[in-house]
Design a protein around this ligand. Structure first.
Ligand SMILES: [Zn+2]
Length: 409
C-alpha cells in the first residue's frame, strides 16, 4: 500500500511539473507581446525566446531522465538492494546510513554532470553569458564535492546519531543543530565559503561608494562592509546580495552589476536589499525555523519505521530509508508549503521595492531592474500558474506597475 503511494506520488509530481512547463511553453510567441514593447526590442526578444526554448528543452530532458531513473529504482527494488549491498561490508548503523546516502549523492552528481556541462558550455556560451573555462568548471565541481562531503557528512553524522540514540527528544537536538548551523552560515558564509570560489574586494572609494554611503546614512543603516565580487570570471549575469547580521552584515556587488548599471540604479537596488532588512523580514526566518522544527518532528515518525523500510525493499528499518520515504511522501505538503512561502516572499519583494521608492528611487529601480532582466534574457511573460507556484519574486511587469502606483501616491 505504502509502496504504491510512493510510486503514485513520484508519478503525480512528475506530471504536475511537466504540466506547468507545458503551460510556459504554450505562452511562447514569436511576436513580441504588446506589454513588453519598450522593454525588449525585436532582436533581443527573438534571442530571449530562443534562449528560453533551449533551456526548456534541456529542462524537459533532464526532468524525464531523473523521473525514469527513480521509477526504475522503485520498480526494481533498487533502494533495498543498495541497503543490502552496503550492509554486506559495513555493520555500524551510522556508517551504513552514511555510505548509503553517499553512494546516492555521488550517483546523482554523476547523472547531473553532463547537463551541467551542456548548460554552461553550450547554452550559456551560445548566448554570451558563459565566461567560465573547463578548468574553472572542474575545480568548482571538486571544491563543491569536498565541501558537501565535509559539511554534509558532519551534519548527517550528527543527525543520524541523534535519531538513532536520543529517542523521543532526537528532533529537538536535530533542530538545535540545524538552527546553529544556519546561524553560523549567515554570519560566516562570506568569510568561509565565498572565498573558496570568488575574490571579494572592498569597494574602492569614489562616486559609487560615496553614493552608497550617503544613502545608508540617510536610511539609518550602518554599513561599512561593501564588497565587489569577481562574478565575471564565470558569467556575465549580474546580481547583488546581502548577508550577515549585526556588525557582520555586508553588501556584495557582482562586478558585472557595476558594469551594467548606473550609480543611481545600483543605489536603488541596494535600497531594495536594505528594505528587506528594515522591514524585519528576519521574522520570516523565525517562521522558517519553526517550520523546520515541525518538519524534524514529523520526520521522527518516518525514521527507523519498519513498514516504510519494507515498502522500499528492506527488512531492516533505518535512518536512510526513512528519509527517502519521508521526502517522497511529504511531496504534496512540501509543494503546498513552498507555494505559501513564495506568496510571502513576493509580498516582501513589493515591500522592499516600496521602501526603495520611499527614498525617491522608484524610477532608478525600474530602469535598473529592466536592464538586469533584459541582459539576463529573462522570461518577462511567464504563465501565471508558474508565477504562482515557483516565483519568489513578482514578475518585472508587476513590480513596475506597483512602483508606478507608489510614485503617484
Ligand atoms: Zn528582494
Amino acid at each position: 500500500m505504502i509502496y504504491y503511494t510512493i510510486l503514485l506520488f513520484v508519478i503525480l509530481d512528475f506530471l504536475w511539473t511537466q504540466y506547468l512547463a507545458y503551460r510556459n511553453r504554450k505562452r511562447m510567441n514569436p511576436n513580441i507581446p504588446e506589454q513588453l514593447i519598450g522593454i525588449y526590442d525585436q532582436e533581443k526578444y527573438q534571442k530571449q525566446q530562443a534562449y528560453q526554448k533551449e533551456n526548456s528543452r534541456i529542462g524537459l530532458f533532464s526532468g524525464f531522465v531523473s523521473f525514469v531513473i527513480i521509477l526504475l529504482i522503485l520498480v526494481f527494488n533498487g533502494f533495498g538492494y543498495l541497503d543490502q549491498y552496503v550492509r554486506g561490508y559495513i555493520h555500524n548503523s551510522i556508517l551504513v546510513s552514511l555510505a548509503f546516502i553517499g553512494i546516492l549523492y555521488i550517483g546523482n552528481e554523476i547523472i547531473s554532470l553532463p547537463f551541467s556541462l551542456y548548460d554552461t558550455f553550450v547554452i550559456e556560451k551560445k548566448y554570451g553569458f558563459n565566461k567560465s573555462t573547463l578548468q574553472i568548471f572542474w575545480i568548482d565541481q571538486l571544491k563543491g564535492l569536498i565541501l558537501s562531503v565535509i559539511l554534509g557528512g558532519l551534519i548527517l553524522t550528527l543527525l543520524i546519531w541523534f535519531y538513532n540514540g536520543f529517542g523521543n527528544y532526537a528532533w529537538l537536538y536535530a533542530w538545535g543543530l540545524i538552527t546553529a548551523f544556519s546561524l553560523f552560515m549567515t554570519l560566516f558564509y562570506s568569510n568561509i565559503i565565498v572565498p573558496l570560489f570568488n575574490k571579494q574586494t572592498p569597494l574602492e572609494p569614489g562616486e559609487l561608494r560615496n553614493a552608497i554611503e550617503k544613502f545608508s546614512q540617510k536610511a539609518g543603516f550602518e554599513l561599512t562592509n561593501i564588497y565587489v565580487m569577481d562574478a565575471s570570471k564565470r558569467s556575465t549575469k549580474a546580481n547583488a546580495y546581502f548577508t550577515g547580521l549585526g556588525s557582520k552584515k555586508r553588501i556584495v556587488l557582482f562586478d558585472t552589476l557595476i558594469n551594467d548599471l548606473t550609480t543611481d540604479e545600483i543605489v536603488a537596488v541596494l535600497a531594495h536589499e536594505i528594505g528587506h532588512y528594515k522591514k524585519k523580514h528576519i521574522i520570516q526566518h523565525l517562521i522558517t525555523s519553526i517550520y523546520i522544527g515541525v518538519l524534524l518532528f514529523i520526520l521522527s515518525f518516518f525514521l527507523n519505521n519498519s513498514t516504510l523500510a519494507l515498502a522500499l525493499g528492506s527488512e531492516i528499518p533505518s535512518f536512510h530509508l526513512g528519509i527517502i520515504a519521508f521526502s517522497i511522501l511529504f511531496t504534496p505538503i512540501s509543494l503546498l508549503l513552498g507555494l505559501l512561502m513564495n506568496m510571502a516572499s513576493r509580498k516582501n519583494e513589493y515591500e522592499a521595492d516600496a521602501y526603495a521608492a520611499s527614498f525617491g528611487l522608484g524610477d532608478s529601480l525600474i530602469s535598473g531592474l529592466k536592464k538586469l532582466s533584459v541582459e539576463a534574457l529573462s522570461n518577462l511573460n511567464p504563465d501565471p500558474w508558474n508565477v504562482f507556484v515557483y516565483y519568489s519574486h513578482p514578475t518585472l511587469l508587476q513590480r513596475i506597475e506597483r512602483l508606478r502606483l507608489n510614485n503617484q501616491e
